[in-house]
Design a protein around this ligand. Structure first.
Ligand code: ADP
Length: 294
């Protein structure tokens, strides 16, 4: 069992944006969902763990490795799938993996061939291994990305916003693949898509404005909201008033009218209806500002 421990990690960019504000987090093997709106600091955190950028303060350890002081040790056990995996489009899938396997230190050709054939099969690209990566769909490219992230038996796999840009079928295949590899290693899935976390992750955190605002499991987080979420269909011109008087956690349009979800210990008024909370309610209720889907 591996352990990743992040202690008091902070980062302020030269333009004054505090992207990480004393982040503390401990993770073990399994799929971990890091959920946050755009700009929350997720990529900054992922890139810092992946040793691609430096922090101002704090520490990160993976088992015995001091990540910030021994980046080359971390890289040996890291699989990283960046937001856009689009390097070397002009080579075949097999050539690309071969090249990256050499960079990962798999110098024996026979061993490399065996590992690459195994991974191509696992990500369901064996039949197209001799085709150029640039001819692949977005989902196929992401699967090449996963295959390269699995090279060298990593202990830690980081995937940053992996499902953006995938169609529903591709997204399903990609998420299934991730959950297959997820139980033996630490996988961090960074995303603003609530469904990715609900479907895959046994543990989760919510990040907002550089801080971890919730650390839980999807199930427990939902249970905590039981009996506290109420909904009501209102008129558009009433929205501002409701936002002023209640803790409106989200609003979305249903046939042109806003359906608001409100966080409250008691029914706000007789026209509100109690709803069974879901992970979206968890997400929105922990953000500092209400979230409009309108
Ligand atoms: P997320 O991945 O959750 O969208 P990011 O880590 O990309 O969040 O960004 C967090 C904040 O830091 C945002 O306000 C973003 O504009 C800012 N930021 C990110 N990268 C840089 C950079 N290189 N220079 C300045 N500000 C940055």
């Amino acid at each position: 069992m591996s352990q990743l421990k992040i202690t008091n990690l902070s980062k302020t960019y030269p333009n004054g944006v505090k992207a990480l504000d004393a982040v503390n987090l401990e993770l073990n093997n399994g799929m971990f969902g890091l959920l946050g709106p755009n700009g929350a600091g997720k990529s900054t955190l992922m890139r810092t763990i992946a040793t691609l950028q430096e922090a101002d303060q704090g520490s990160i350890t993976l088992d015995g490795i001091d990540v910030l002081k021994q980046p080359e040790e971390l890289r040996k056990v890291l699989g990283y799938l960046p937001q856009e995996f689009d390097v070397y489009p002009n080579v075949t899938a097999e050539e690309l993996l071969d090249h990256l396997a050499i960079l990962k230190g798999i110098t024996n050709k026979a061993e490399r061939n065996q590992v690459i054939a195994y991974l191509l099969d696992k990500v369901n690209l064996y039949d197209v291994r001799s085709k150029k990566v640039k001819s692949f769909s977005g989902g196929m490219k992401q699967r090449v990305g996963i295959a390269q992230a699995l090279l060298g038996q990593p202990k830690l796999i980081i995937v940053d916003e992996p499902t953006a840009g995938l169609d529903p079928g591709e997204r399903n295949r990609f998420l299934n693949l991730l959950s297959d590899v997820g139980s033996d290693v630490i996988v961090i899935l960074s995303t603003h898509i609530v469904d990715d976390v609900r479907e895959l992750c046994t543990n989760m955190a919510i990040m907002d404005k550089g801080q971890i605002v919730l650390r839980s499991t999807p199930q427990e987080a939902i249970e905590e909201l039981n009996g506290k979420v109420y909904q009501k269909l209102i008129d558009k011109n009433e929205l501002a008033e409701y936002e002023e008087n209640y803790k409106v956690i989200s609003s979305k349009l249903i046939s042109g009218r806003p359906l608001i979800h409100v966080l409250s210990d008691t029914p706000p008024d007789a026209a509100f209806e109690a709803v069974k909370p879901n992970l979206e309610d968890v997400f929105f209720s922990h953000l500092s500002s209400s979230y409009s889907l309108i």
